[in-house]
Design a protein around this ligand. Structure first.
Ligand SMILES: Cc1cc2nc3c(=O)[nH]c(=O)nc-3n(C[C@H](O)[C@H](O)[C@H](O)COP(=O)(O)OP(=O)(O)OC[C@H]3O[C@@H](n4cnc5c(N)ncnc54)[C@H](O)[C@@H]3O)c2cc1C
Length: 355
């Protein structure tokens, strides 16, 4: 492995803020990940795992840690009882994998087109969009368990997927490093058109029975209009996507929130199978008085997506956290609902005074 020192991390994240890593390894082979873990364990150095950097906020002070950037590549397929199992190394770019599946007519990932980042991160927060998430297709994954340094194979049921959540994110963060993920896809399967906005877009194109490729095109078009694909020419490009997850509340709480705005306000609400209700974080943010394009110095809300906090020239991680806290506290004051951030925070930065 090649160990580097004091490596800038800002350029390795989509927000483009944050200080350097004290130590840094770009791991192209599994053995390099194990060597890096051994190196860190021998010195008592904390380890952080970086994929495409599209869901992290890194402290301006940087990290007194070893950052392992996952650059494992490769994919293979296997036929399995009417399905195709597509296994991809953790460092494969996610959207290329989706494109690969769609081109071959394998259904299951098409609505997840255009999401930045790498394969290895997709199980961490159960990446999802437009009515699909990876819990619907992940068959299993291979990972290294940092507590034992052993390679393990985990079935989908062991990942304990939830809405933007998994065992890896909330139960045992930092315990596993994902090496490869297997997705079970449906050859010749119909695309998933479950989401009203996607259905309307396809309707607008006159596509009553769209192909996987047409669904991918529509998803990419919808996302582009919201600055939700990475585009170097887009002034809203420096974000980590949605900054807050949609809150899921007990039905009584959701009714209380609705009573604050009145039943005729058209509050978006989606019933969950367990009886709770998911509300729209974007809608709550707007109703709490925040506007798209609103800025506080070098950071602000995207002009095209209320949920995205965007960095501009001169922004620091501290500015992102301050602005996000203002939004979270504004929603709490108006509705008594505490929004939870979607990205992870590394080092002394966070909405509650820094981690
Ligand atoms: C414009 C934009 C749009 C987005 N849209 C969506 C969306 O529609 N839906 C959605 O769900 N997300 C979305 N995101 C968030 C983000 O793209 C996803 O969460 C993505 O999966 C993060 O991948 P990454 O490789 O960049 O992970 P990173 O940001 O590098 O890491 C994120 C977390 O995963 C961990 N991690 C990364 N790789 C591994 C690994 N191999 N093993 C163990 N842990 C690992 C990291 O330690 C960190 O905790 C969007 C982001 C942007 C910038």
């Amino acid at each position: 492995m090649t160990l580097l020192e004091r490596v800038s991390l800002a350029s390795r994240t989509t927000l483009g803020v944050g200080g350097p890593a004290r130590w840094f390894v770009k791991a192209r082979k599994e053995a390099e990940i194990l060597d890096a873990l051994d190196w860190a364990a021998a010195r008592g150095v904390p380890v952080r795992v970086l994929g495409g950097g599209s869901n992290v906020v890194i402290a301006d002070a940087g990290l007194e840690a070893l950052v392992i950037q996952i650059a494992l590549r490769g994919r293979e397929t296997r036929e399995a009882a009417g399905a195709v199992e597509l296994t991809a190394a953790a460092g494969e770019p996610w959207d290329e994998l989706v494109g690969h599946a769609v081109e071959r007519g394998w259904a299951g990932l098409e609505c997840l087109s255009g999401i930045p980042g790498l394969v290895g991160a997709t199980p961490i927060q159960n990446v999802g969009a437009y009515g699909q998430d990876v819990s619907q297709t992940v068959a299993g994954l291979r990972a290294v368990d940092r507590t034992t340094r052993r390679l393990v194979t985990l079935a989908a049921s062991e990942c304990r997927f939830g809405y933007r959540d998994s065992f890896f994110r909330s139960a045992e963060p930092d315990r596993f490093i994902v090496m490869e993920v297997t997705y079970r896809l449906r050859p010749g399967g119909a695309p998933a058109v479950r989401y009203a906005e996607l259905a309307r877009h396809l309707d607008g194109r006159g596509l009553a029975a769209p192909s996987l490729a047409q669904v991918r095109e529509s998803v990419l078009e919808i996302r582009r209009a919201k600055s939700m694909v990475l585009d170097p020419a887009d002034p809203n490009r420096r974000s980590c996507g949605s900054f807050f997850v949609n809150p899921v509340l007990p039905a009584g709480e959701a009714a209380r929130v609705e009573s604050l705005v009145g039943a005729d306000a058209g509050m978006p609400r989606w019933p969950e199978p367990d009886g709770r209700v998911k509300l729209s974080a974007a809608w709550l943010i707007e109703r709490a008085g925040f506007r798209r394009g609103e800025r506080a110095g070098p950071v602000g809300l995207s002009t095209r997506h209320t949920l995205a906090i965007v960095c501009h020239e001169g922004a620091h991680a501290g500015d992102v956290a301050d602005f996000a806290r203002r939004v979270r506290d504004g929603v709490a004051a108006r509705f008594g609902v505490r929004l939870a951030p979607e990205p992870v925070f590394w080092g002394p930065v966070g909405l509650d005074g820094g981690a």
